[in-house]
Design a protein around this ligand. Structure first.
Ligand SMILES: C[S@@+](CC[C@H](N)C(=O)[O-])C[C@H]1O[C@@H](n2cnc3c(N)ncnc32)[C@H](O)[C@@H]1O
Length: 330
């Protein structure tokens, strides 16, 4: 049997210090599942894979970090996770040259420890997480994550489970929707926006991503504030809620001490301040020792080449020897 296995298992913002990521202009080749990997070299240096080591990439995506780690150390192995079945399927071809050293698992962060147990793997030598969505997920109109492309109001990373963005909008009250938009989008005009979205839904005018953008623009006007589209913050907030992104990150951080072995490193790349704050807090307590006080950021050169990199912050911590401590409740 090939070792390329497919396991199918089942706050507040700091707006001034943060550049909110706008929707992408460039359209990637969705079918080829291409994604420009962010801070590849910094992450390889942080993990420093060694011969015989076993590593985990919890956000496989287009495989950029996994492949870089395997290339730098030809005797390392990786267990790569993604909750998106499309990303896992696209990986098969891409990973062919290194297939005997990768195990692919379609599962969310919250199931990482359990899935490693099923594979008979104890604590690993390092872990990578590159949070958020990939370019092909954002660029595929059928996924409904972008207000620039017409598609269903879906936004799920895993379209085989959970509720769609439209179902979420339908289920939440005006106030609950406004809270989502305010908290996850740092959008001060959240009440107006939520009312307008719910009004469009009641009037049977909410079917596609362009309808959703129209409802947002109706509430706040078409003017770009701070260089971003008026719908950017609301779309991102609804996507975070649909995918439970912060709960997933909290679950990953809580399980990390049981996943990474003594002396191993965890490298986590965030793209918005709520995520970065959770990571910073988790790495501030035992058994973690951050390798730098401030997060690392991409070079100007990388930012110029890849707009998505502009809001990236990389935090790396080393697991110190000692008892397993949980980051839960921090
Ligand atoms: C930014 S992309 C990773 C890109 C990858 N590092 C590369 O260089 O090609 C993030 C990926 O993580 C996955 N993802 C996000 N949240 C997840 C979660 N809670 N559990 C599992 N996968 C998740 C997404 O489906 C997406 O494919």
């Amino acid at each position: 049997m090939s070792n390329l296995q497919l396991a199918l298992p089942g706050l507040l913002m700091e707006p001034d210090e943060w550049v909110w990521r706008d929707d992408f202009d460039e359209v990637t080749d969705v079918k080829r599942f291409e994604h420009a990997t962010v801070m590849r070299d910094e992450i390889v240096r942080a993990i420093a894979p060694r011969a015989g080591g076993v590593y985990v990439d919890v956000t496989f995506g287009g495989g950029g970090h996994t492949i870089a780690l395997l290339e730098v150390e030809p005797r390392a192995r990786i267990v790569a996770f993604d909750r998106d079945p499309v990303a896992i399927e696209a990986a098969r071809e891409r990973l062919a040259p290194v297939a005997d050293r990768v195990t692919l698992v379609q599962a969310p962060f919250s199931a990482v420890r359990e899935q490693l147990d099923l594979l008979g793997i104890g604590r690993v030598d390092g872990l990578v997480a590159d949070l958020g969505v990939s370019s092909p997920q954002l660029d595929d109109p059928e996924r409904g994550m972008s207000f620039r492309r017409e598609g269903p109001i879906d936004m799920r990373m895993d379209r085989e489970s959970g509720e769609t963005a439209l179902e979420l909008i339908d289920r939440l009250s005006d106030d609950e929707l406004a809270n989502v938009i305010y908290e996850y989008g740092d959008e001060r005009r959240s009440r107006r926006i939520a009312r307008s979205i719910k009004k469009a839904l009641l009037a049977h005018e909410l079917h596609t991503t362009l309808d959703l953008r129209r409802a947002i623009v109706r509430a706040v006007g078409p003017v770009r504030v701070g260089g971003i589209d008026p719908a950017t913050r609301s779309f991102q907030a609804i996507r975070i809620a649909v995918n439970g992104e912060l709960d997933q990150l909290a679950a990953l951080l809580a399980s990390l001490p049981e996943v990474v072995d003594d002396g191993g490193h965890a490298a986590i790349l965030s793209f918005q301040s709520l995520e970065d704050r959770l990571v910073k807090r988790a790495f501030a307590v035992e058994p973690w020792r951050p390798t730098t006080k401030k997060p690392q950021v991409p070079t100007d050169e990388e930012c110029a080449m890849n707009s998505r990199a502009r809001s990236a912050k990389l935090r790396v911590a080393r697991r110190e020897p000692g008892p397993v401590a949980s980051a839960e409740g921090e």
